[in-house]
Design a binder for this molecule. Structure first.
Ligand code: SF4
Length: 336
């Protein structure tokens, strides 16, 4: 049977791969704009460890039930984790794979097989985690899998530090964008992620994502298309949450879904920064949720404050996540 994906996405990916190959010759996939020849195996800030442009450093895949409920549905999110990262977040909870060197070289044809296996296992989507520095082999894998019947929505699960040029290329390939908005203050981007222009780069990328896919479109309780912006609330207001919400409102993005994450706990190198060693209190979180509601946001996903331990993965295990409660669907919106 010819699948929807074959008819629509495969030709688009074929076209994009040509332009993306050009981009890789002087890489500007993310805000670092290193300009290195990735096709010639040069490495930039992300220090990619794959052996050529057709391989990705793969870390793990799983049916994940701890993602935001619109991504989980009944079957779970078909989550594929890539190793390495273009940021250096000092509190990264995935630091084993993002900065710690865990991961293996995988050819795009093997990656395609993983996508199809997740679909066979009942996944609701293919959820690509930290994909940007391996976007070329990922698109090759999506093309291969689409030709073999992959028809699930594609979720682009990213830190938000993508160039506008890259996001433009992903139009009509990505169905659900799931970017972080980590900081609104350039000094924090530099101090905690080594990307001083994080706020300006992520703002442009998120606006383009919303232009492409708009608000969430749900079908049988699962997102088929749209934007969910993740915002991890840091202690001492280091994530400038109120400014983030005001920015979303000023850009008329109230119809988008916001995942207000309370799960922060000091991981990895956070102990080197005293201001990052705390946690968000119940009253701080309630105040933030109330502020978002008062600003007019209707599509909020919230978390219980006791959830921080539920989302800490260990990538040395076959199943990095313990079975845990999913994120709340937003019941406590009337936090008072
Ligand atoms: S993905 Fe970003 S960090 Fe990596 S080489 Fe390209 S521009 Fe540099």
């Amino acid at each position: 049977m010819v699948q929807f994906c074959d008819m629509v996405k495969a030709p688009r990916i074929e076209t994009v791969l040509h332009d993306l190959g050009e981009m890789m010759r002087a890489c500007c996939a993310c805000g670092h704009r290193c300009g290195v020849d990735r096709a010639g195996n040069a490495t930039g800030f992300c220090n990619t460890s794959a052996k050529d442009l057709h391989h990705a450093a793969y870390a793990s895949h799983t049916l994940h039930f701890g993602e935001e409920p619109p991504l989980v549905g009944r079957g779970g999110s078909g989550t594929v984790f890539f190793a390495g990262c273009n940021l250096r977040c000092v509190f990264c909870q995935n630091h084993q794979i993002s900065q710690g060197g865990l991961g293996e070289n995988m050819h795009y044809t093997d990656l395609a097989r993983i996508f199809l296996r997740l679909q066979d296992q009942g996944a609701e989507n293919i959820n690509l985690v930290t994909p940007t520095h391996y976007v070329y082999p990922i698109l090759e894998a999506l093309l291969e899998a689409s030709r073999q019947g992959l028809h699930l929505p594609i979720v682009y699960n990213t830190n938000g530090y993508e160039s506008l040029e890259l996001i433009a290329l992903l139009q009509d390939i990505v169905d659900v964008y799931l970017p972080d908005m980590k900081y609104m203050d350039a000094a924090h981007g530099l101090a905690y992620s080594r990307a001083e222009d994080y706020p300006s780069v992520a703002k442009l990328a998120i606006k383009e994502m919303f232009r492409q896919v708009g608000p969430l479109v749900m079908e049988n309780g699962v997102a088929k298309r749209g934007l969910i912006v993740r915002h991890l609330i840091l202690p001492n207001n280091l994530s400038n949450t109120y400014d983030f919400l005001l920015w979303m409102r000023d850009e008329q993005m109230e119809p988008a879904t916001i995942s207000l994450m309370s799960q922060y706990s000091p991981q990895f190198r956070a102990h080197e920064f005293p201001e990052l060693c705390g946690r968000v209190s119940r009253s701080e979180y309630r105040e933030i949720v109330k502020y978002a509601i008062d600003l007019g946001f209707e599509h909020l996903l919230t978390q219980g404050l006791d959830s921080s331990g539920l989302y800490l993965p260990d990538f040395r295990r076959d199943e990095p996540f313990e079975a845990g409660e999913p994120l709340d669907a937003g019941e406590p919106l009337d936090a008072g």
